[in-house]
Write a protein that binds this ligand. Structure first.
Ligand SMILES: Nc1ncnc2c1ncn2[C@@H]1O[C@H](COP(=O)(O)OP(=O)(O)OP(=O)(O)O)[C@@H](O)[C@H]1O
Ligand SMILES: [Mg+2]
Length: 418
């Protein structure tokens, strides 16, 4: 009898412990919920921020199934930093720029598109002030304007260096203070470029037809006539007239290429290999000829990545950049450096020179068709180059501090070989 009683007591103790464990466990669950158990006729409720549970009675019903309802509020119950971390990879798929800042203007989230377009390392920019990302005066930063005025912006047009449409929204803490300002920027720069190129293309098609034919006729007649002309005129024809006509023809061909570049014959290549072999072979002789020092700095990480490009077209781009550097050369000895880097899944090729650089007044125009500061330049080199890079799903931009050389940056999607 005594033995039985002891056993029962032990059993009761065990069950009590087990019950306590369940209770404590449920109390530790961070999220509010309500659980209805019809078979037991009980309801457990857990309120937000409450430590303990409340248990109520309901009518028993063996046929009804039990229900569990989570009353989670993402903003209130979940640490917002974790929500952000969860959102970041989703926002990386968006082609607009998405940036979150806290009440102090410190970046807490920046999607890949924003980091890539602005040319920063995404991981390094988190935790910095938004002005360090955009590099424009505070008054022009719409996110800061929203922070200051506490007014979200709806489809606001931005007309500075970043041309496009910006939207901002505010997320509040429970006490009414600002938790985040979210900004989404839709860049229209490319659209503007595309528009320009489309116009250029239409003009090109028109002039090419109207000019090329008479040029061919004149060239043909000159060749025909030279047989019957005195020698000094033949020299003039051979050394001046025909080369000039050919040059005019080349310009038209170049321009037509901008409107409708040749079909790319793309293949998988390793960028460093391409630069060390194909590019170097071509540039070396020109460098020697013009007394230019040529150097390379190639990121070894790139050996595990490939890009999909038409070698000849990319070669054309690098030659254009190299020639521009040579043509900009002053008395100072010229040094051209080609650097490759892996950056946010992009292969970057930097072509830097230590020449005079590009004045701020013209830097925004150097990629425009026909923009040239040279007496014999056609101003097509850079617009054609950019078009080629864009056809390879890449982008091209320039940085220059006037007086300290120019740096052209080509970015192409990198594909891991693994
Ligand atoms: N490395 C550089 N340093 C200084 N200025 C440059 C450099 N590269 C380009 N530029 C400026 O950009 C302009 C446009 O260059 P782009 O290559 O498109 O045309 P271009 O060289 O003038 O003519 P083309 O290449 O058609 O013969 C140049 O005229 C020059 O003013
Ligand atoms: Mg050029």
């Amino acid at each position: 009898m005594m033995e039985n009683y002891k056993q029962l007591k032990r059993k009761i103790n065990e069950l009590e412990e087990e019950l306590k464990l369940y209770k404590r466990f449920v109390e530790h669950v961070n999220f509010p919920f309500s659980y209805v158990d019809y078979q037991l006729g009980k309801v457990i409720n857990k309120e937000r921020n409450a430590l303990s549970l409340t248990v109520e009675t309901v009518k028993k019903n063996n046929n009804a199934s039990s229900t569990l309802k989570w009353n989670i509020d993402l903003q209130k119950d979940y640490p917002f930093e974790q929500v952000e971390q969860f959102l970041a990879p989703i926002f990386d798929l968006v082609s607009h720029h998405i940036v979150f800042v806290d009440a102090e203007g410190i970046i807490t989230l920046c999607n890949l598109q924003a980091a890539n377009d602005i040319g920063v390392n995404r991981d390094e920019i988190i935790g910095k002030h938004i002005r360090e990302l955009l590099n424009i005066p505070d008054e022009q930063i719409m996110t800061l304007k929203t922070l200051q005025t506490k007014q979200p912006l709806y489809n606001c047009e931005v007309l500075d260096r970043y041309y496009g449409i910006v939207n901002t929204r505010i997320l509040y803490n429970e006490d009414g203070s600002i938790k985040r300002v979210i900004s989404m920027f839709q860049s229209l720069n490319q659209m503007k470029e595309a528009e320009k190129l489309a116009i250029a293309g239409r003009i090109a098609a028109g002039i090419a037809h109207e000019i090329r034919n008479p040029l061919t006729t004149v060239r043909g007649y000159l060749q025909f006539l030279r047989e019957q002309l005195p020698e000094h005129i033949v020299t003039l024809i051979d050394q001046l007239l025909i080369p000039e006509l050919d040059r005019a023809n080349d310009i038209i061909t170049d321009f037509l290429n901008i409107a409708k570049p040749n079909e790319a014959k793309a293949e998988w290549i390793e960028v460093n290999h391409f630069i060390q072999n194909d590019v170097d072979l071509l540039l070396k002789s020109e460098a020697l000829l013009h007394n230019v020092e040529l150097s390379y700095r190639l990121d070894e990480k790139l050996q595990h990545y490939a890009v999909y490009i038409d070698k000849n077209q990319l070669l054309q781009v690098l030659i254009n950049l190299f020639r521009n550097a040579i043509e900009a050369k002053t008395e100072k000895s010229l040094h051209v450096n080609i650097e490759t880097k892996l950056h946010n899944n992009l292969v970057q090729i930097y072509v830097r020179d230590n020449g005079p650089g590009i004045p701020p007044t013209i830097i925004h125009h150097v990629f425009d068709p026909f923009f040239s500061t040279k007496s014999t330049g056609t101003g097509l080199g850079l617009s054609l180059s950019r078009k080629i890079v864009e056809l390879h799903k890449g982008s091209m931009r320039v940085q220059s501090e006037f007086g300290h050389g120019a740096c052209f940056i080509i970015e192409l999607p990198a594909y891991s070989k693994k």
